[in-house]
Structures are given as C-alpha cells and as structure tokens.
Design a protein around this ligand. Structure first.
Ligand code: NDP
Length: 335
C-alpha cells in the first residue's frame, strides 16, 4: 500500500553505507522509498524485512537479481557494492529496465564507466551517481560563489579528502581487485570534485606523486597521493588524498577574496568561512535524503540530473590520469 507517486528503490549491497545512511534516509524521502533489497548474505534478508517491512517478493540475491525486471514495485536500483562490482550490477539493472544510481567511484576504469552509460542509454533508463554533495547546500553555495564571481576570478583551489584507515588489512577497500585502488579511488574522488566545482572548470592537465609509509598495511593500494591540476582559465589547484591521515577541507582563492569549507566532504553539517568575515551556515538535513529525492525528481518530473553518469566517467578519466602520471614518475598528463 505504498504511495504510488513515490519511486520504489532497491538497495544492492547491504553494507555500512546502505545500513547506516541510505536506508534511514529513505524513511524521510518525499519522492522515493525503500521498496526492495539485494544481498548476498541470507541472514540480512529477515533482519531488513522485519525492520523496514519489505515483502519477500522484493528480496533478491546476486544470482536471481535479474528477475527484478518483472517486479513493478522497483523503479530504481541503487548499487552500493564494492567498486569492482558497480559496473556489472549497474548494467544488469539497466538491462532489467530499472533506473540506476551508482555509488562512487563509478567503476574501476573509464572503460567500465562507458559501458554503464551505454547500457543505460540503450535501455532508456536514467543514470545518476551517488555524489551526495551536489544535493547539499554548502556545495550549492560554492557553485554559486564561483558562478557569481563573488570572490572575483578563481586563481587557486586546494582540496584534501583523507582518513586514517585502520583495522582489518583484508577489507575490500585495501584490496585492489575489489577497490580498483586505495585512497584516490575512495576519498580522492571528493578532492577531485572539489577542485572542479571550486573553479567551475574541468582540469586540462595533471601531475601526481604517491607516498607510502605503511607498505605492510597497504599491500597493493595507494596510501597517500598528491596531484596538481591546471585549468583552462589558468587557475591552478592541488589535491591531497590519503588512507594514512585525516584531512577534510577545501580552499578557494580568487582575485578579490577567498572562502574555505572545513569540513568539506563528510556527511555534514559542513562548515565554512569567507574573506568577507561571513560564516557559511545552513540548517542540516540528511545529504542522502536530498540526493535520492533529487534523483527521484529527475525521473518523475524531468528536473535536472545533478550528478549524471558523465560526471562519474569524467572523474574516472582524471583518476586514471593521476595513476598514469605516478607510473611515469610525475609526468604531466594532458586531459
Ligand atoms: P561495506 O564493506 O560496508 O559493504 C559492502 C557490501 O557489499 C557488503 O556488506 C556486502 O553486502 C556486499 N558485497 C558483495 N560482495 C562483496 C565482497 N566481495 N566484499 C565485500 N562486500 C561485498 O562498504 P560500504 O557500504 O562502505 O561501501 C559500498 C560502496 O558505497 C562503495 O563503492 C563505496 O565507495 C560507496 N560509499 C559511498 C559513500 C558516499 O558518501 N557516497 C560512503 C560510503 C561508501 P551483502 O552482505 O548485502 O551482500
């Protein structure tokens, strides 16, 4: 007896992000609701069914997932799996005729991103990225400062997105086969994004360096990466991303002032100040709720897609260029 004007979302992969962020946010969304689940862990089925009232017919595993094509309750499939599984499940979802939200990073290669976009185009379904910051007010404010030239022409942007990884060294994020890479694939994507909405431009070249202090822990994934960008206007930028220390900020400097967000990329509330002495401050709302409602409004009412698949692919092109630069000793790579 769900409200039929709301889109039914099925979460694929019931790990920590689905459990602690997306499912709770879906209790408050206006235009979509948690209609189904897809899990490889049988014990989770009953727990989620009881907690969220999910009927048995809307519960799938990774083998029978394609049957979701015949389920009218499910409009959108939200892929929340380890990175190397995003492409397979996004493509299977599109082939089942469902709209797709794909978590970041979009895949583990540009080739995978292209394949997801093509599958969604072919199936005639919408595709959005799980880039929650594009739906929250601090990031909107940054975009507006840049567009309105509130601080003049942007000359410089700096962005840090890092946390200190500890615990099980066998976790999928530290396993290249499942993650595609380390800090850069995980938090680095936020830093790359910050430089782009912080300047309003896509970079034209990048050079990058990698640092390693705990090789016994980070066996085959990157620990710390710094990268320098050049933008078409002549603006320059740098990012730092790490699994070895905590850092979460962005700083933008223009011809007539500057602004800073710190934190800049966590679940919020974010916080910011400007050279005019203003505090950047907005009431807090769940970013995930805002993001999923934005996507639902895109599907239902044709409102703009704030984080389309092309954006995920663009970021993966930059990620690949950063890895290429590191492999070539810091060589400048054109984008
Ligand atoms: P978790 O490790 O907590 O959960 C991943 C889930 O994927 C597992 O619980 C499991 O669910 C399923 N899974 C299937 N195969 C495997 C496998 N071989 N190894 C491990 N898990 C497997 O990860 P997160 O929830 O933190 O991250 C999932 C995705 O979401 C990632 O792509 C990540 O980058 C993204 N993410 C995005 C965030 C954002 O802010 N936008 C924040 C956090 C994560 P099951 O038991 O149901 O099969």
């Amino acid at each position: 007896n769900q409200d039929k004007k709301k889109l039914g979302i099925a979460l694929v992969g019931l790990g920590s992000y689905s459990t602690y962020q997306l499912a709770p946010a879906l209790q408050d969304t206006q235009h979509c609701y948690l209609a189904g689940i897809v899990t490889g862990t049988p014990e989770k089925e009953q727990i989620w069914a009881d907690k969220y009232g999910i009927p048995e017919k809307n519960i799938y595993n990774y083998q029978n997932f394609d049957d979701i094509a015949n389920n009218g309750d499910i409009d959108v499939v939200y892929v929340v799996l380890p990175n190397s599984m995003h492409a397979e499940f996004s493509i299977r979802a599109a082939q089942a005729g469902k709209h797709v939200i794909c978590e970041k990073p979009m895949g583990i290669s540009v080739e995978e991103c292209t394949a997801i976009i093509n599958a969604c185009d072919k199936a005639g379904v919408k595709l959005g990225m799980g880039y929650r910051l594009h739906s929250e007010p601090y990031t909107q404010q940054v975009k507006e400062y840049v567009k309105e030239k509130t601080f003049g022409d942007i000359l410089f942007v700096s962005a840090d997105a890092s946390y200190r990884a500890t615990g099980n060294p066998d976790q999928w994020r530290l396993n290249k086969e499942l993650s595609g890479g380390g800090a850069l694939m995980n938090m680095g994507v936020y830093a790359v994004q910050s430089t782009i909405y912080g300047t309003g431009e896509n970079p034209v070249s990048v050079s990058a360096q990698e640092f390693s202090t705990r090789p016994e822990y980070f066996k085959n994934t990157d620990e710390t990466i710094t990268a320098q960008f050049k933008f078409p206007s002549g603006a320059v930028g740098n990012i730092t991303t790490s699994h070895n220390f905590n850092a979460n900020a962005m700083y933008v400097s223009g011809t007539s002032g500057w602004f800073r967000l710190q934190p800049a990329n966590n679940y919020g509330p974010l916080s910011g100040v400007t050279s005019k002495g203003d505090e950047i401050k907005f009431p807090h709302e769940s970013q995930q709720k805002l993001q999923m409602d934005d996507f639902a409004r895109h599907v239902l009412f044709g409102e703009p897609n704030k984080a389309p698949g092309e954006m995920g692919k663009r970021d993966m092109m930059i990620v690949e260029a950063i890895y290429q630069s590191i492999a070539n000793g810091g060589e400048t790579i054109a984008l």
